[in-house]
Design a protein around this ligand. Structure first.
Ligand SMILES: [Zn+2]
Length: 83
């Protein structure tokens, strides 16, 4: 699945990255992103619109784990593309 999240903790409201991650929870293998919505991330000074999602199992994906797991794509990657 494709997600857009901050590329660092101190994103200054502009550092948004597109990442491709697995469709399954890395902790237990349950379906990932069963519910998705657009939310806001606050770094202490600025807001950034980001993708939010819920996993079937209830495990929470932390940004830093997603950044490690995910394959970074060029900004504006085609979000409808199937991998
Ligand atoms: Zn899980």
């Amino acid at each position: 699945m494709i997600v857009q999240i901050p590329t660092c903790d101190d994103h200054r409201g502009i550092s948004l990255g597109t990442f491709m991650i697995r469709d399954r929870c890395p902790k237990c293998g349950a379906a990932r992103g069963v519910k998705r919505w657009i939310g806001k991330s606050y770094d202490g000074s600025r807001w950034l619109f980001v993708d939010c999602w819920k996993n079937a199992c209830g495990h929470i994906d932390m940004y830093r784990d997603v950044r490690k797991e995910g394959l970074r794509m060029k900004h504006g990657g085609n979000r409808d593309k199937v991998y």
